[in-house]
Design a protein around this ligand. Structure first.
Ligand SMILES: [Zn+2]
Length: 413
């Protein structure tokens, strides 16, 4: 893609052209594009508008931003999050205990980041291989001896890997499927590399908690799709895969982990797949009205949050943000919250230090400087890591500091 972005012309799951908008968050900068002081005023903005497919109810953004702008230089390093690291270790234990691995089986992780998911597999003696287009982060992984190919996941790459390393017993794709425009090519690539009795495992946020808990700030340009199971069953079937089981996990506001097998395999879909489909149906995810009432709740959060921040400011209170996260930028930009309402955003990631949030232009400083800046309130911009943040900011809390949590509704604790 040469252009900066392209419009979505048809549903990426079923191909229908019957797409209708249900949540327009305005024009916002890329959520991970933190800027330097000298770049203030030059930020590029793109429409952030969610469409629903009238035929299969798959939710997707109205545009696809050129992936070179989003994924070649990436700031999020997986291992920063203890929660995610533990989550990956549990998967390694789960799969090893299931007995699917024999000696020296290959596991390939797509969008492997710094190798956080592969590390525990390596420790258990599996052969590992990462694939990640972020050049800066693939380098970190390679330096740590997690072999990582710095490329996008394509059928050509899958074939190359197969020739060089053989088939993969497990292919994992965590928090990447929603980033992919051509999901059919993505799934087909896995089909080419997966061992006859292997598992292709996708984990990404499920749209059900997003809608139920009004987690609208998980919507940003990197997340092209918001996963719904029924349309994905058709996608998988069309490439010779069956969804054998689905697990629900609390991570990232509520994710599903789907285990795919080749359709020729004897393992059929178990009751977990049926249970999720029933849940989606019961929660109204196959009815347009559900999405309209979600939109109302999103407007309410914006109104309540901005009113609260203005009130606190008028009372002379100092409010800062915590976690210079992508979702934080959606919240700030959609709500029009800038450096007049938040003094700083605290964050621990080295690459984010001394930068500013895009358009809202709030300075990011290291969280070790929280107490010297003594805010009265912290707005949690990474509420999905709330428990971890509470633990890390006990001093703040013990001195009477309070937290503002924006979703599912604005509240102070
Ligand atoms: Zn569709």
């Amino acid at each position: 893609m040469d252009e900066k972005f392209k419009e979505l012309e048809q549903c990426r799951a079923c191909g229908s052209k019957s797409l209708v908008s249900y949540l327009d968050l305005g024009k916002t900068p890329l959520a991970n594009s933190l800027i330097m002081k000298e770049d203030v005023g030059t930020e590029e903005v793109f429409p952030l508008n969610v469409l629903l497919c009238r035929d299969c109810f798959f939710s997707q953004l109205s545009i696809v931003v050129n992936p070179e702008k989003m994924f070649r230089n990436y700031f999020f390093v997986s291992s920063i999050s203890n929660t995610f690291r533990k989550h990956c270790e549990e998967l390694a234990f789960q799969l090893n205990d299931s007995g699917i691995f024999e000696d020296n089986n290959l596991i390939v992780d797509i969008a492997s980041n710094d190798g956080t998911l592969l590390k525990p597999f390596k420790e258990k003696g599996n052969r590992i291989l990462g694939v990640d287009p972020a050049l800066n982060i693939a380098k970190i992984a390679n330096d740590e001896r997690i072999e990582t190919i710095p490329e996008y996941w394509t059928p050509e790459l899958a074939k190359k890997i197969r020739e060089k390393y053989g088939t993969a017993k497990v292919i994992t794709a965590f928090n990447v499927f929603a980033h992919v425009d051509d999901i059919h090519s993505f799934v087909e690539s896995a089909k080419l590399l997966l061992d006859k009795e292997g598992y292709f495992i996708i984990e990404s946020p499920h749209i059900l908690p997003l809608i139920n808990n009004t987690e609208f700030d998980t919507i940003y340009h990197e997340h092209l799709s918001y996963l719904l199971v029924k349309p994905l069953i058709s996608v998988m079937n069309s490439h010779g895969f069956r969804i054998a089981k689905i697990e629900e996990h609390n991570i990232h506001g509520g994710s599903i982990r789907m285990f795919m097998k080749h359709i020729e395999s004897e393992e059929t879909s178990d009751e977990t797949v049926r249970a999720i489909l029933e849940k989606e149906e019961k929660q109204g995810l196959y009815s347009f009205d559900t999405y309209l009432s979600f939109k109302e709740k999103v407007s309410e959060i914006k109104y309540n949050l901005v009113s609260l921040l203005k009130k606190l400011k008028s009372e002379g209170k100092i409010v800062a943000g915590f976690g210079a996260s992508a979702k934080g930028n959606t919240l700030l930009n959609y709500s029009g919250i800038n450096n007049e309402l938040l003094t700083h955003v605290f964050d621990i990631t080295p690459e984010k230090q001394n930068k500013l949030t895009p358009v809202s232009n709030i300075p990011i400083i290291h969280q070790s400087r929280l107490m010297e800046n003594s805010p009265d309130y912290l707005l949690l911009l990474a509420w999905n890591y709330a428990d971890e943040i509470f633990e890390k900011t006990l001093d703040f809390k013990n001195k009477g500091g309070k937290y503002i949590i924006p979703v599912p509704e604005v509240r102070i604790i």
